[in-house]
Design a binder for this molecule. Sequence first.
Ligand code: ADP
Ligand code: MG
Length: 280
Amino acid sequence: DAKYDHPRETRRIAVANQKGGVGKTTTTVNVAAALAQGGLNVLVIDMDPQGNASTALGAKHNSGVASVYDVIEGRSSIADVMQICPQFDNLHVVPASIDLSGADLELADMPNRNNLMRDKLDEFLESSETHYDYVLIDCPPSLGLLVINAMCAAHEMLIPIQAEYYALEGLGQLINTIGLVQKNFNPTLLVSTMLVTMFDKRTLLSREVYEEVKSHFPMIVLDTTIPRAVKVSEAPSFNESVVTYDPKGLGAIAYCEAALEINGRSEVVINTLHARKNED
Ligand code: ADP
Ligand code: MG
């Protein structure tokens, strides 16, 4: 496998949508695995107390394991808690455990509560010997403080959209929250990517959802869609991404194509981010 080209700058992407079950975790894990398979250095930060991304990447995350919770509460650095994915030594994981479930409330009184993750990530990326090409942050299905922390730590947002009847419902609320974060904390945050998931090419509905998303966000939605495929949902129970669990399957191929498309837009995205920074 040829190594993917990538500019020197680290892309920091929060994968968010306050709706549950739309494919955030599946997308985080499989895009990360595909990028790692392409030879890039990838860090996944699991910010969901459910710890599903940690499970799928083979990271230990039972209660009490050093995790993102210790990072966000200031007890540990990212380097202290990070684990290496068994399938790829260039894919690193900051696990989440159920201990994180109280964090939204606990953080509420902290000064600097919105930028706890950003500061830890800045410190880590500056001091790490590894140069990371990507940081992907898997968000819980809410718009609480953990998600705000992810949006402040990231430079970009990737929004998975499930190809279903109510696909765009709730997107307005998410866009509003992103607007508030931009206004108050992270002015250059860019919604760079939307990915339509659980796409069924035989149904008119799936195609209609894709066309509707495309008409609202023509520059942002990827050409690649992710098909609904049983192997995709099976892989996590073997503590694997579908990229390694079923490498020749439609799910793995689609996620590899999505990763290639995301990576192929790096130059444009980074230039856009720089332009925004200069306006700021
Ligand atoms: P979220 O993180 O947004 O809550 P998940 O990524 O956990 O969503 O996906 C929700 C459920 O749908 C999971 O059980 C997952 O295995 C399944 N799933 C996600 N993407 C696919 C797909 N392309 N094909 C089949 N099942 C999928
Ligand atoms: Mg999830």
